[in-house]
Design a protein around this ligand. Structure first.
Ligand code: IPM
Ligand code: MN
Length: 353
């Protein structure tokens, strides 16, 4: 297959982890005979520094040219501490999602047998947890009308029926390939937007009689995820709730550095880790590249290249089993493996497979 891939390293640890992702793509392409064409593009704080825009038109054009975007992370503390900053790195990511029409963000949460003890939760609770969160990505408070002055500020959480319908359908499509169970997470006891979600979901659920649908308030869902994560199969929820719940989900896997995601919809799909730019770790070769590498697996799988995805997953499992792990998940006393070393080990495994 010929694939054109836009590579967007962004900020912080972004350039380090994306390098490992690209090396994995190259190794897979070599093994399976695919031809990959890359274009690199700037975004986030890095792009603000260079051209004053976190998602410049040149970058947008490269994304449109590509069949897939491999994205790392954006964010920089210089902007976090300035409530009056007019332009922020995160706007680059949001603009990319919006302009490419990527309304469906798929975030799988799974456990790795050998990492169960790295989770703050008890082994017996998280064992066999395996669910996906379908996060609506281009609506809600992130994109609703906003206002801010020194005395008052608001963000509007607005959704339209078509926006809700299409994301629910994505969730059901996943559910029929999985365990036939959808949990619609909302706050319908308080929010009007959630009541629309629930109303639409009650209609759509009838079209999928083989799927069990249940409804859960987000506060309850966040608790259930911790006390009984195996309850879930497919969670579908609005933008903000999905953002929060998936960070919580990383506690089940054992590290924020393990969660990949795929953002899909109308335009070029984007494959990106769930985690952020971790600026404190930038340049230190300690960030976990697995979320990025597993995003690469999702990229191949998106194009129907199952064996390619599977080999990447096997390589990741093998690296974890061999304790080739970045410091936050390492078994104590092991040899040091940094971002680069973990990536190289995985590439090596793929080459030898
Ligand atoms: C994520 C991130 C982003 C979000 C930020 C960086 C804007 O936290 O992808 O989950 O809130 O969507
Ligand atoms: Mn987030």
């Amino acid at each position: 297959m010929n694939l054109k891939i836009a590579v967007l390293p962004g900020d912080g640890i972004g350039p380090e982890i994306i390098k490992q992702g690209v090396d994995v793509i190259d190794a897979i392409a070599e093994k399976f005979g695919h031809k990959i064409e890359y274009q690199e593009a700037i975004c986030g704080a890095h792009a603000i520094d260079l051209v004053g825009d976190p998602f410049p038109d040149d970058t947008f054009n490269i994304c449109k040219w590509a069949d897939a975007v491999l994205f790392a992370a954006v964010g920089d503390p210089r902007f976090d501490n300035d409530p009056r900053a007019k332009v922020r790195p995160e706007q680059g990511l949001l603009a990319m999602r919006k302009k490419l029409g990527l309304f469906a963000n798929v975030r799988p949460v799974q456990t790795f047998e050998c990492l169960l003890h790295k989770s703050p939760l008890k082994d017996e609770i998280i064992k066999n947890a395996d669910f996906i969160c379908i996060r609506e990505l281009t609506g809600g408070m992130y994109f609703g009308e906003k206002y801010q002055d020194d005395e008052k500020a608001y963000d509007t959480n607005s959704y339209t029926r078509p926006e809700v319908e299409r994301i629910l359908r994505v969730a059901y499509q996943y559910a029929i390939k999985r365990k036939h169970h959808v949990t619609v997470v909302d706050k319908a006891n308080v929010l009007a937007s959630s009541r629309l979600w629930r109303q639409v979901a009650k209609e759509i659920e009838k079209e999928y009689p083989d799927v069990i649908t249940d409804y859960m308030f987000v506060d309850n869902a966040s608790m259930r995820m911790i006390v009984e994560p195996t309850f879930f199969d497919v969670i579908v929820t609005e933008n903000t709730f999905g953002d929060i719940l998936t960070d919580e989900g990383s506690c089940i896997s054992g590290s924020m550095g393990l969660l990949p995601s795929a953002s899909t919809g109308e335009g070029t799909p984007v494959f990106e880790p769930v985690h952020g730019s971790w600026p404190q770790a930038a340049g230190k070769n300690i960030a976990n590249p697995l979320a990025q590498i597993l995003s690469v697996a999702m990229l191949f799988e998106y194009f129907g290249l199952k064996d390619e995805g599977l080999l990447i997953r096997k390589a990741v499992d093998a690296s974890l089993d061999a304790n080739v792990r970045t410091p936050e998940i390492q078994v104590e006393g092991g040899e040091f493996y940094g971002t680069r070393e973990v990536g190289e080990w995985i590439v090596d495994y793929i080459n030898k497979a």
